[in-house]
Design a protein around this ligand. Structure first.
Ligand SMILES: Cc1cc2nc3c(=O)[nH]c(=O)nc-3n(C[C@H](O)[C@H](O)[C@H](O)COP(=O)(O)OP(=O)(O)OC[C@H]3O[C@@H](n4cnc5c(N)ncnc54)[C@H](O)[C@@H]3O)c2cc1C
Length: 390
């Protein structure tokens, strides 16, 4: 195969968003090849996500990325493109709840968000009970929601729409796996070796391999602290009537949200080890042991919750600071990272795709400066910590 300008390892929502913004950038006339081993995406995080989008982050850059993600979803892709027709964005607030121990952080986060023009609102328990009458507020010190700009959508439809738009614009998807990166004497990526045996030369390599990004980067001598962390999602029905149910994050770490006539929920496991990226077995005991007690306490009508389904997926978890690694590696400048999203990669994929495309086309970020997300912060031991990880 002839050399390609940009080779993207991983065709999930992030890799496909990078390809989307490259193929629509008039200043970039190069070739783009996405190498993806599983076009069904059965095990990709992009198809096992809760597909929700929020403004309530503690890192201003994450807020900026979400804001662009929202704009992109609402506009149906790039303005006038008609690329995203069926992502079904549903507007609903997140509702963060804090115990007395969490009050300071929640108050701080709301201040950060308001400084970024998010209409975040902090409620004392009485006001919270008045705003959300179905909520048990005993034991809470505060809650925070937003007036606009949050909700959920069909994440798998977003991935499918990006992939179809890319293929229409000449991006090729190759069913294979990048087995190793080959560096030249100048410490730049020269080529990649595919599991199928072929060697492909490329001018740029984007590592969007999700939970496998660490193994892939290691083949170029780059240490990327991204691990697979399992998250179980449970589907349940309940007699509870909660019109416009928000996405509620309980101080216990359990979250729940509406999903049509059903509800989704997920606990943060008490022990949260790195797991084998091939382990997708649902831990059913987590519903009984972790989720249900918190649900029944917070919404008494959830006492009669009945589980009707469940799945497990993996966060590509950055154990260093729970924020993504985006952009070039200092030691290998034509190796661009787009990984370590720690549970918020779906909503950030449009902003990250646009940023990586800008870096390749112009040698700089033009819309949002994602320089602080560079891998160099890890080498310098300077974490950029995200406090609001669900
Ligand atoms: C339970 C759960 C709930 C979530 N909820 C949300 C949410 O509400 N909102 C949100 O924004 N995010 C959420 N996320 C996170 C979000 O789903 C991910 O951050 C996002 O999907 C990451 O996309 P990706 O393309 O980087 O990874 P993936 O979708 O995992 O894609 C990576 C792809 O790389 C391929 N690959 C792997 N190794 C190689 C290789 N060596 N060569 C080539 N290809 C390779 C894989 O086959 C895979 O298709 C959630 C995740 C989970 C698991």
């Amino acid at each position: 195969m002839s050399p390609v300008d940009v080779l993207i390892a991983g065709g999930g929502v992030v890799g496909s968003a990078v390809a989307y913004f490259l193929s629509t950038e008039p200043s970039f006339g190069g070739t783009v090849l996405v190498v993806e081993p599983d076009p069904s995406y059965r095990f990709a995080a992009s198809s096992r996500s809760a597909s929700s989008i929020r403004q309530q982050f503690s890192t201003p850059l994450n807020i900026a990325l979400s804001r662009f993600g929202l704009e992109f979803l609402r506009a149906g892709g790039l303005p006038g493109s008609g690329d995203l027709t069926d992502v079904e964005f549903h507007a609903a607030t997140y509702l963060y709840l804090a115990s007395p121990a969490g009050l300071e952080i929640l108050t701080h986060n709301v201040a950060v968000q308001r400084a970024c023009a998010v209409d975040a609102r902090l409620y004392a328990p009485d006001a919270l009970a008045a705003r959300y009458p179905w909520l048990e507020v005993r034991g809470l010190a505060a809650g925070a929601d937003t007036g606009t700009g949050e909700g959920w959508f069909d994440g798998f439809a977003l991935l499918g729409a990006l992939r179809r738009a890319n293929q229409r614009r000449g991006v090729r998807y190759l069913r294979d796996r990048v087995a190793a990166i080959e560096l030249g004497e100048d410490q730049r990526v020269e080529a990649v070796r595919l599991a199928g045996g072929e060697t492909l030369r490329c001018a740029w390599l984007v590592n969007a391999a999700g939970t496998r990004a660490r193994t892939l980067a290691a083949s170029a001598g780059i240490d990327v602290p991204v691990f697979a962390r399992k998250r179980n999602v449970f589907v349940f029905t309940s007699p509870a009537q909660i019109p416009d149910c928000p996405l509620v994050i309980d101080p216990s770490g359990v979250w729940f949200r509406g999903d049509g006539s059903r509800f989704l929920c997920g606990p943060v496991p008490t022990s949260d080890p790195d797991v084998d990226p091939d382990d997708f077995e649902v831990d059913h005991a987590q519903f009984e042991d972790l989720a249900w007690p918190a649900l029944a306490h917070r919404v008494p009508a959830f006492e009669q919750a009945r589980v009707t389904g469940a799945w497990a997926g993996h966060y590509d978890y950055n154990s260093f600071d729970q924020n993504a690694f985006i952009g070039p590696c200092e030691a290998v400048p034509n190796l661009l990272l787009a990984c370590g999203f720690s549970g918020h990669g779906l909503q950030h994929s449009p902003g990250v795709g646009r940023a990586i495309a800008e870096w390749i086309a112009f040698g700089e970020y033009r819309s949002i400066d994602l320089g602080p997300f560079a891998h160099a912060r890890y080498a310098r031991a300077e974490p950029l910590r995200e406090l609001n990880v669900i």
